[in-house]
Unconditional design. Structure first.
Length: 178
């Protein structure tokens, strides 16, 4: 019915929110993200956009959602005023990747930064327009993340780190000749 209606009238913030709610009910994270992106571009200051983005933080009842990992390019392309949740950071990439596989959310990324000679691998989830939206999503993370004390960060701080730190290739160890 929504598609029939839209054939006769342009989208409004309310119809886009309705579309997002339908995609959420259908357990379709890609469709949900599509409607949220339309709200972000056409109605960036609307309450409907905020309501639709809050759906991102809620778990789908019987699906896992996307398990695709994004990277530094995605982090760099986020609005600097938006917020994300930093779940963990580690010198070893494998435990970060393993943890990421247990979090079924459409927007999650691992990026690398360098501090001295150490390369840190950081897992973040979500892209939220406000601190309060990120707080709401924080309560929906898997229980396994609680001991890691996930915390909310703004993208501007992360992006500044990405642009001011030179990332070098991962350390490769070789044995000395015998």
């Amino acid at each position: 019915y929504l598609q029939q209606y839209l054939g006769h009238a342009p989208h409004t913030a309310k119809t886009l929110l309705l579309g997002a709610q339908i995609e959420y009910a259908l357990k379709n994270p890609l469709g949900l993200n599509d409607y949220i992106n339309k709200l972000r571009s056409a109605f960036p200051d609307s309450t409907e956009r905020t309501q639709a983005e809050a759906l991102l933080g809620q778990k789908f009842a019987s699906t896992k959602g996307s398990n695709t990992l994004l990277g530094s390019d995605w982090v760099s392309s986020r609005a600097p005023t938006h917020f994300t949740i930093q779940v963990t950071t580690n010198l070893d990439q494998q435990p970060v990747s393993d943890l990421a596989a247990t979090i079924h959310q459409t927007d999650k990324a691992i990026f690398r930064t360098q501090q001295g000679s150490d390369i840190w691998h950081t897992l973040i989830v979500g892209d939220y327009p406000s601190f309060s939206a990120a707080q709401s999503a924080l309560s929906h993370l898997p229980d396994s993340t609680a001991p890691l004390n996930p915390w909310i960060r703004d993208f501007k701080t992360i992006q500044n780190t990405l642009t001011t730190i030179s990332i070098t290739p991962e350390k490769k160890w070789t044995l000395p000749p015998i």
